[in-house]
Design a protein around this ligand. Structure first.
Ligand SMILES: Cc1ncc(COP(=O)(O)O)c(C=O)c1O
Length: 361
């Protein structure tokens, strides 16, 4: 995939005008179509963007909510997302409330759904959710939560950064208003390949963060084809002048690589097998849910911080002393060792981590 990206980047730099005027549009469309098919949605609901940070800023800055409106999020959070919500909440005088997510190895999808449903109040107008929580790898039952939110006229914004490629993602079934994700984490695209799915009835609600050639169409033209690729509303939101969009253009190559590796089912089975191995050999209590519907290749182990140290120091010791990249994360006042079991990992990688943890602890 990286080689395909490098070939494209050579073409781009050899003839930038030709690339932006003629080559970009068909490549964008082929990427958009293959990603839409993979995610069970339609190309005319997808924006190809650099990353989740960009996508969520686009959504949150476009929200048109009354002062005092409540946005509900959870305490198993990714900092850059809650900072984005905090910033716009302060600017617009909304109210941001964090709820406690239940978290224990015996947790069920019903328990997670009930906790979120019970935290919603009549003031809640927006739910900010993760598909897989970043510090703890909890997989939320999005389909049920989004259906409940729809019934109660609550807008749903989902950060799915850790989902595509890691677990099956069916956007039509999930039914969120906005769903953003990265493709470099688990799908095997290069960094700067991300997307935002916008449900059909929300497509003209977004306001571009960056003004370029796509701006300035009239509302009835929103779904007409744009000479910049995609429809006019898509070009307005995703065309930022001469930026490097190649990570978004090699999505078909990443999907093809996945097929060569046996397809998603085989990849996810390998990752799950390694996750089960990690549960057995890592010498720490595993905090991740055992329920099969909550399984993801991100699992966490309780790791109380020894006095006088912090997460990043321990993470860097793992890297420098043991050549292992494995973060320590925090949520709801607890510290975890977060283990990612990817397709390129092996049982012996996990065994090395287990032995490093013994030395570290
Ligand atoms: C849950 C979650 N959201 C958002 C992000 C931000 O990703 P990016 O910096 O690529 O926008 C990450 C990155 O780790 C993440 O884990």
């Amino acid at each position: 995939v990286v080689e395909a990206a490098e070939r494209m980047r050579r073409d781009l730099n050899a003839q930038p005008s030709n690339f932006y005027w003629r080559a970009l549009q068909p490549l964008l469309e082929s990427s958009r179509e293959s990603l839409a098919a993979y995610l069970h949605t339609r190309p005319d609901e997808l924006l190809l963007l650099p990353n989740v940070t960009y996508a969520i800023n686009l959504v949150v800055s476009s929200l048109s909510l009354l002062r005092g409106t409540e946005i509900l999020l959870t305490d198993h959070d990714y900092g850059a997302m809650s900072l984005t919500l905090q910033r716009w909440t302060e600017l617009r005088d909304w109210n941001l409330r964090s709820m406690e997510l239940p978290f224990h190895p015996g947790i069920t999808p019903d328990e997670l759904f009930s906790a979120i449903r019970n935290a919603i109040t009549p003031a809640t107008r927006v739910l900010f959710l993760y598909h897989v929580t970043s510090p703890t790898g909890i997989r939320l039952p999005l389909k049920e939560i989004c259906a409940y939110a729809r019934e109660h006229d609550i807008l749903t914004i989902v950060d799915g950064a850790h989902a595509p490629g890691a677990i099956p993602v069916n956007l039509a079934e999930i039914g969120a208003d906005f769903y953003a994700a990265n493709l470099h984490k688990w799908l095997m695209c290069p960094v700067s390949g991300g997307f935002l799915h916008v449900s059909r009835h929300r497509r003209t609600d977004l306001r571009a963060l960056i003004t370029s050639w796509g701006w300035g169409y009239t509302r009835p033209e929103a779904f007409d084809p744009s000479p910049l690729g995609g429809q006019r509303w898509q070009a307005d939101l995703e065309f930022h002048g001469t930026t490097d969009r190649i990570p978004q253009l090699v999505i078909p190559h990443a999907l093809q690589l996945r097929e060569q590796l046996g397809g998603d089912a085989a990849i996810q089975a390998h990752m799950q097998h390694l996750a089960n191995h990690a549960r057995k050999v890592i010498p720490l209590p595993c905090a991740t849910a055992q329920h099969p519907d909550l399984a993801s290749p991100l699992l966490v182990f309780d790791f109380p911080l020894p006095n006088g140290t912090d997460c990043n120091t321990l993470r860097d010791r793992l890297y420098h002393e043991h050549h292992i990249e494995c973060p320590l994360t925090q949520a709801a006042g607890k510290t975890y060792l977060r283990v990612s079991t990817a397709i390129f990992n092996t049982e012996s990688d996990i065994d090395s981590l287990a032995s490093a943890v013994r030395k570290l602890h």
